[in-house]
Design a protein around this ligand. Structure first.
Ligand code: PLP
Length: 427
């Protein structure tokens, strides 16, 4: 273990992956706003293209600003290497492209971010990658969904829309017995609250767009290789264990050991599919991460206070937040994310659909929009927006019944957040 890895989380959030810029001495890693890099000579160029040497060729594949971001997230998650890409969805696409062949299956929790449900159920079908749904509340449902075509299991740590904490160790044990990697989308928790590798995950993905970037200004995604999966032993992942015709027959698992998955994602998935992160976005997200520990703790503290206040209100039928002692997920939260249950949660209004519409219309500090994980408090009424195309029955199944309101609690004064909800509830 290097000095860097032994340092505290807060120190790594600020320092990991960044040295003074070798060319200029700049203390903050600059925005390398360039498409491409001059080779030292013909041998250097050949070594880079043959993967005998790592270095910058073209910004789609690697960039010094992006590299700093990747090293920082890998350090915070305890992984061997990471790959930053254009968005959280791009991270999921490249992960699956590296693991799956046409006709293969993966098992995913039904309790996912809505965009992921669409991506897995519709877009991935066109590649003939087939999702089999399981229930995050019932780990044995993952066992029952296994087949000889299963190549991965995918869950979120704290699941959308926020009230659900997932039993990662139980599902990791099933993945291990089946010989497939466990992928955890850790967007809602961030590595400050939960490090899935410590609970048995093999791959961690994030939408950097949310709490890691943290300021609602940049889209990005990242894939972290935990370095734990035995690709060669499994033999079911040809992109990682078969000689690669686009790199002179190189076998990723032989050449790159416990970073083989991350390097396959970069040199095959990102190179050939193309969703690169912009250096400018990488810079903004890197800056955001420097205050992750301060922001996440305050997000959680504010969210708990708001959830407790909502529970006490006559207009409110129920509050679903794992940080509340009476939540059915509170015990799991204390094992998986003891420092806090995140900042996103739902609650129900006794007044149903009309009360939801009135609330989002009446707030002044909250912004009415579809994102989460901003410094600003955010609110949405799913039945009249994100889930309005579904039938009432489908909405109820998706946790978006007419009475449901979702909040992403920001970093404003908590008294102001509560006062804003109060005036909109009673106004
Ligand atoms: C937003 C989000 C995504 C998708 O990320 P983008 O950066 O918007 O592509 C995936 N998973 C979760 C949990 C999210 O919140």
């Amino acid at each position: 273990m290097s000095d860097q890895e032994q340092r505290g989380f807060e120190t790594r959030a600020i320092h990991a992956g960044t040295q003074p810029d070798p060319a200029t001495g700049a203390r903050v890693t600059p925005i390398y706003q360039t498409t491409s890099y001059v080779f030292e000579n013909a041998e250097h160029a050949a070594a880079l293209f043959g993967l005998q040497q790592f270095g910058n060729i073209y910004t789609r594949i690697m960039n010094p600003t992006q590299d700093a971001l990747e090293q920082r997230v890998a350090s915070l998650e305890g992984g061997t290497a990471a790959l930053a890409v254009a968005s959280g969805h791009a991270a999921q696409l490249i992960t699956m492209h590296t693991l799956l062949e046409p006709g293969d299956e993966f098992i995913a929790a039904r309790q996912l971010y809505g965009g992921s449900i669409n991506q897995f159920g519709h877009a991935f079908k066109k590649f003939d990658w087939n999702v089999v749904w399981a229930d995050a509340d019932d780990p044995s449902s993952f066992e029952r969904a296994l087949s000889d075509k299963t190549r991965a299991i995918f869950i979120e740590s704290i699941a959308n829309p926020g009230g659900v904490v997932v039993d990662i160790p139980a599902i990791a044990a099933i993945a291990r017995r089946a010989g497939v990697p466990l992928i955890v989308d850790n967007t809602m928790a961030t590595p400050y609250l939960c490090r899935p590798k410590e609970h048995g995950a093999d791959i961690v993905v994030h939408s950097l767009t949310k709490f890691l970037g943290g300021h609602g200004n940049s889209i990005g995604g990242v894939i972290v290789d935990c370095g734990t999966f035995d690709w060669k032993g499994s033999g079911r992942y040809p992109s990682i264990t078969q000689p690669n015709p686009s790199y002179n027959g190189i076998v990723m698992a032989d050449a790159f050991g416990d970073m083989a998955f991350a390097i396959a994602c970069r040199t095959l998935g990102l190179r050939d599919l193309g969703p690169a992160i912009s250096p400018f976005n990488a810079f903004l997200i890197l800056t955001g991460i420097e205050t992750l520990h301060l922001r996440m703790q305050r997000h959680c503290d504010n969210a708990l206070e708001v959830a407790r206040w909502l529970e006490s209100r006559p207009e409110v039928a129920w509050v679903s937040y794992a940080g509340l002692e009476n939540s059915r997920y509170h015990g799991l939260m204390q094992r998986i994310c003891p420092n806090g249950a995140g900042a996103v949660f739902t609650f129900g209004l006794k007044g149903g659909y009309d009360a939801g519409v009135a609330l989002v219309s009446g707030v002044k500090i909250f912004s009415h929009l579809a994102n989460i994980g901003d410094t600003r408090s955010l609110i949405i009424h799913p039945a009249s927006t994100t889930h309005s195309q579904l039938t009432p029955e489908q909405r109820t199944q998706a946790g978006a019944a007419d009475d449901v309101v979702r909040l992403s609690i920001g970093l404003e004064s908590v008294d102001d957040i509560i006062a804003d909800l109060e005036q909109a509830l009673t106004g």
